[in-house]
Design a protein around this ligand. Structure first.
Ligand code: PLP
Length: 364
């Protein structure tokens, strides 16, 4: 038996019921017209949550990290200068991935817990090919201003990680000047892990690497996998066997979100996050992320002096079936990461979590 948990970690979150139910339905063949329709609807839903008209918007069949790989492997030509804003673990991972693609990486380091300093990033190199940043740093619980980066990017392509922001806080890819974006399904979209919602505009696609090192993630070959080739008068062709159940689940999760209304979903995440952060401070706890840049969907809190982080997490799991995350990197034992994503972004989750944590810490 797999136990049922309240997943309040940095991910995965508990999925929306509609997304879970979709996984239990009979499978369709990956070229069945009924499945192709499901895929088209999932891509349409993704365009809406990304805030884009990009024809090339699709769920890649792999996790968020594959979205990161696809973004760099398709756009970095050997020797290209890639400026990466690093304010946490996932910015660091971007540097590694870009370097493996042959980029000359210019990392712009920030203190963990702080948002990206747009002026410093833009000043780091006079003519980069790509500027890359993480919108919502899951390792620190920090939100950065992508619109400001987009306004200042010049001729560079703007490559953005929206793994923890998509479906939780506003993302407006076209308006903000995001040229390439990737996300994951397991966070605020409220679907199981396994797909990487991806978008790339014509500007970035026009500058792409003709024959990238990865066959599987070659965006030039993936057009036929979704309806994008058909939209251009081409044919839908086999590329790989679509993970049909996951795509159906994504479609159901997106449908659920769009039925509630994107703005209402963002407001629900915002309200839940603020209530949690206020409640944690009422318990005498100190938040880690810089004030003014705190993500509502992922709260970082300092482990109090004299408290063992792992013991508290183990007790929450054993006594309340609640999972919260430990810190990342150097903060593994000194910070907790608490997610309120997708269906968990609601007042009863906040109340449950605060009561259980307060009780465990003897602060109630
Ligand atoms: N980027 C960010 C901001 C993330 O939070 C994560 C995962 O937590 C990733 C990338 C990698 O995604 P995945 O673990 O789905 O490969």
């Amino acid at each position: 038996m797999i136990p049922e948990r309240h997943l309040f970690g940095p991910g995965p979150c508990n999925p929306y019921a509609e997304a879970t139910e979709a996984l239990a339905r009979p499978l369709l063949g990956h070229l069945d017209p009924a499945f192709l329709q499901i895929m088209d609807e999932a891509c349409d839903g993704l365009r809406t949550v990304w805030g884009t008209d990009n024809a090339r918007t699709l769920p890649l069949s792999a996790t968020g990290s594959a979205g990161m790989e696809a973004a760099f492997v398709n756009t970095v030509h050997p020797g290209d200068v890639v400026v990466v804003a690093v304010n946490g673990l996932f910015g660091q991972r971007m540097c590694d991935v870009a370097a493996r693609c042959g980029a000359e990486v210019v990392p712009v380091e920030h203190e963990w817990g702080a948002p990206v300093d747009v002026d410093r990033v833009v000043a780091a190199h006079p003519s980069p090919s790509i500027i890359a940043a993480v919108h919502a740093e899951t390792s620190t619980g920090v939100r950065s201003d992508i619109a400001a980066l987009g306004a200042a990017k010049g001729d560079a392509l703007l490559l953005v990680d929206a793994v923890t922001s998509l479906g939780g806080i506003p993302v407006a890819a076209d308006e903000w000047g995001i040229d390439i974006g990737y996300a994951g399904t397991q966070k605020c979209l409220g679907v199981a892990p396994g797909l990487a919602p991806f978008t790339i505009n014509d500007r970035a696609f026009g500058r792409r690497v003709e024959r990238p090192q990865s066959w599987y993630l070659d965006l030039g070959l993936l057009g036929g996998y979704v309806g994008e080739a058909e939209q251009r008068g081409g044919k839908r062709t086999y590329h790989h066997t679509a993970p049909v159940a996951m795509v159906a689940s994504l479609r159901a999760g997106l449908h659920r979100i769009l039925e509630e209304g994107l703005e209402a979903v963002w407001a629900r995440h915002e309200a839940a996050g603020r209530a949690l952060q206020d409640g944690l401070q009422d318990l005498g706890l100190e938040l880690f992320a810089q004030e003014g840049s705190r993500l509502p969907e992922l709260t970082t809190v300092k482990v109090p002096e004299g408290v063992d982080s792992a013991t508290v997490r183990a007790r929450l799991l054993a006594d309340y079936d609640i999972e919260i995350g430990g810190g990342a990197g150097a903060y593994a034992a000194s910070v907790w990461r608490i997610g309120l994503m997708g269906p968990n972004a609601n007042p009863s989750s906040v109340a449950l979590l605060l009561a259980a944590l307060g009780e465990t810490l003897g602060r109630r």
